[in-house]
Structures are given as C-alpha cells and as structure tokens.
Design a protein around this ligand. Sequence first.
Ligand SMILES: Nc1ncnc2c1ncn2[C@@H]1O[C@H](COP(=O)(O)OP(=O)(O)OP(=O)(O)O)[C@@H](O)[C@H]1O
Length: 573
Amino acid sequence: MKEYLRKTYALTERGADGLWRATVYGFLKNITYMLPMFLLMYATNGLLGFGDFNGAYGALGFALIGVVMFLVINKEYHTTFNETYKESANLRMEIAEGIRQLPLSSFNKKDLTDVSQTMMKDVEAIEHALSHSVPTYYAYLATVAVIGIMLLIGQPLLGLAVLAPIVLSIFLAHLSQKMQKRATKKYYLRQRKSSKAFQELIDLHEEIQSYHLSETKKSEATRLVRRNEAVHIHTELGQALPVTFSGAISFLSLGFAMVAGTRLLQSGTINVLYFAGYVFAAARLIDATTAFTMAHAEIAYISSSVDKIKSLVDAPEQTGSPTALTGFDIAGEDVCFAYDKKKNVIDGIAFEAKQNTVTALVGPSGCGKSTLLRLVSRLYDYDAGHMTVDGKELSSIQTEDLFKHVSMVFQDVLLFNGSVFDNIRIGKYDATEEEVYEAAKRAGCDDFVKQLPQGYDTIIGENGSRLSGGQRQRISIARAFLKDAEIILLDEIAASLDVENEKYIQESLNRLIKNKTVMIISHRMKSIEGVDQIIVMNGGKIEACGRHEALLDESPTYRTMIESFERSDAYVY
Ligand SMILES: Nc1ncnc2c1ncn2[C@@H]1O[C@H](COP(=O)(O)OP(=O)(O)OP(=O)(O)O)[C@@H](O)[C@H]1O
C-alpha cells in the first residue's frame, strides 16, 4: 500500500509512510465517530425496557468515548499536517537533487519557469491535497467497507438500502475521474503557458519598451488571461457536475433507509432501535461521501502536478562512477552531438587538447564551438564517439569528480543574488578572505567593488542585475582565479570587457593558465595567434588544426576569418 501511495502521488518513501499513517488514523477517526451512536442505541434500548442499562456505566462510556475520540482526532490531525509539511520540504529537496543530477539537455533554458513552478506551485498543490484530501479519500473507502459489512450482517435488506446509493455514488465519482483529469490538465497547461508568457514579459521588458511593443504585448496578455478565465470556469464546471451529482445520489441512502426501515419495522422484522441505528448510519455515510467526492475532485485536480513531479524526479540521471583524475589531457574521437537528437551540431570530430597547452576554437558563428566546450565540461553528454580526460571516458566520470577540476567562464554569466564576496567565493568554498580579495584583484574587480555602497558585502541583485555586463564578467573570472582548476574553459570572456580591463585580465590569465589544459573561444583573432593549437570548426566538423602560420596556408575558413577580422578592426562608424 505504501509503495502504491508513493508511486501514485510521486512521494518520497518517508512521505508515503506518513500518508499511510494519516490514512489509518483517518479511518480510526471515522470509526470513533460511530461509537456515540452505538452507546446511544444501547442506552435507548435500556431506557425502553428492552435490556439492562446502567446510567453510571453509560456516563462512563460516554466519557471514555470522548477521550478516545480526542486522542484519535488529535493524532490524526498531527500526523496528517506534520507529515504533509515535512513531505513538501522533502519533495522540494528531492526535485532539487533530481535537477542537480540531470544533464543540461533535460531542460533547456525555456523550461526554467516550468521547473520553478513545479517546485513551488505543484508541490504546494500536492501539499494541500495530502493534508486535506488523500487521507480522507482512502480512509473513507476503508470506512465504507467496514461499516458496510457490519450493516449487511446486522440486517441485510436494510444494509443494502443504505449502501446501494453510497456505492453508486462512489462508482460515479470514479467514472468521472478521467473526465475530471482531462479538464484539469487543460487548465494546468494553460496556466503554465501564461506563466511563461508573463515571465517573458518581465525578462524582455527593455526590448518591449524600446521596440514600442507595449500595446501589442498588453493585448496578447489580456487575451491570454481571458482565455485562462474561460478554461478555468469550464474546468470548475467539469468538476462541479460529477461532485454535485454523486453527492446528490448519496442522499438517497437516507430516503431508502427510511422507506425500507419503516416497512421492516411494520412487519416486525426489526425494532425501533435498528431503525434509528441504520438511519443514523446513513446520515453519517452521506456526510462522509460529500467529503469523499470533494477529496476525489482535488485528487483529480492535482494529477497534472503529480505527473510533472514524476517526470522531473524520474528523468534519467547523469551517471558516472567515482574517478580520481591525475592527468588532464583531453581527447575526442568521432564525437557526435545533437540538441534535438535530429541534426548533429557536433558531427564526428576528433581532437586533442594536451595539458600545459592552450587550444583555441575558432569558426563561423553557430559552428559548434560553445557546444564542444559544454561537452568537455559534461554540461551535456555526447551522443556517440568517445571523449576522454586523463584517458578515462568522460561519460563514465562522476560529475563531481570532473567539475572539481574544471573552471568555466562563459558568455552568459550567472550570478547569485548575494554579496559580491559570496559570489566570488563560489569558486572555492573554503577560501580565506585574503584569497577571495586576491582573486578579485587579479580579475580586475577590486576597483569597481570598492566603489559599491557596501564594497564586497554589496548585494548584487538577481543575476547581478545591479552590475554592468563587464563587471559581471569579471566576477565570474575571479571565481575561476580562485578555483584554480586544472582544466580551464573560456568562452568569449572578453566580449563584455573594455580594452583596459581586457589587457589587465589577459596578463593575469596568462599566469593562471600556466601548466593547465586550456580551451578558449575568442572572436578577437589577434588574441589567439600565439596559442599552441588552433582548431578551426565549420558546420560541426573540424576543418583544420594547427598553429596560426600553418593554418593561414591550410584552412580557407581560417584565412577568411583573419581577413574579416582585419577589415572589421579597421572599420569606423
Ligand atoms: N540549447 C540549445 N538548444 C538547441 N540548439 C542549440 C542550443 N545551443 C546552441 N544550439 C544550436 O547549436 C548550434 C551550435 O551552437 P554553438 O553555440 O555551439 O555555436 P558557436 O560556434 O559557439 O556560435 P557563436 O560563435 O555564435 O557563439 C547552433 O546552430 C545553435 O543554434
């Protein structure tokens, strides 16, 4: 049962265990709700002169029932809510851990809103259902089964009269489940679509303003909201109908109990006590059925959230075994990779990047240079061929063991909304203050950081929004200085730097990259003329490889690039 709950609601093992206990207490609560009725029947029986009834025992019985009810309800309440809130935290951590293990290819940038919504909104939806609906749902089914058997044994005909509408009501709720899931999925997808659209509106507000798109985007957003509204109403109606209908059917239970009970009473088959007991049981079951149908609707409502969490938690992880790397030569053979698994962006390339050398990647825009660096750093895994570091297959190296030897500075710098100091220290968590300041100096950060209101303690905003592009770039270079890893991957790091900073950082970099395996992408052809090896890429393939002078003869692409660079260098506005 626990395994069933875990799989059905995408729970952690602990969460499934908690849910199971909450359900058991929910069931016990339902049963204890019936106890006063039994005692009342016993008391009435005695008062009517049909049996012995001792007032003192009766009072004691009521007091005892009160205590049992208090204990069970209290336990049920605590188990349900404690376990639910703990499970939400567990689920979020499990999703975060799952995401950490995923290769980047599993979720491209466009899905980030989706992932964050899953972590927050989907988990919240499940949290609510776990505390308010799921235990109610299963506890109800168990209660109906137990009470039903008791009612049928007590008086089969009357039991059948009470149970038939209840069972029909459950059956109808179950039948409508598919319809409810379909309706809620539609609404769920629309919600996601509009979240992404609104996120885009926020991200691109500068472009929207500068291209006078405010009115167009506003009417697009209004259309989206209106459409959402319509789908939401449709979904609510789609849910309300089965809930109301099966709820209404359960009310027949009371009517049937009255009619059948009266007939049986008249014929002398049952006494007044039985009659009252079955009518009371029908009333209790109707109440419980109303709660059940609501719980049922909420469970259908969260089905899309559950599916989404499952898809994240169960996505294939990036595997690898613990590997100690001692050498840092990188090599590739017949390497192929496609983002969409259709057209190869890296198309059967072979290369070598030796330790203590600098390898530059050049080629026309879109030829696959950045992608190759992403493969080397295992941000993505290649689809075919072999890549090795220290002679070991890259895809079999546990990512932690690889990442600790790799420093990456990419075009798109990502910073945390924390202090400058903490953002630099990401490069080496146990770095001393002096080491952080030294790295910042070498990356040309020190001057501008000292101008900030709180210096190194200044909070830089979401993704460093309070800094310029060049300042962000320098912080990410400082991280690389601090990490001082054996493999250094630099992708267009000079793109946002001014000439003075570029020169300064270049000198520091030259010291940093000594004795390292360096792979660098730079559009400033002059800066790579002196490197040990230049790989010329074109259309995902390697056209040529060698030093600058040799390539001028051998590679038409390289020659063209050098010529265009010289022309653009001479260009004036
Ligand atoms: N995340 C992605 N998903 C799908 N396709 C991508 C992704 N990133 C890059 N591509 C595609 O892969 C190809 C190679 O891109 P890549 O960024 O490696 O080229 P590049 O040589 O580094 O280009 P540039 O010099 O302009 O930075 C391009 O056609 C690009 O459109």
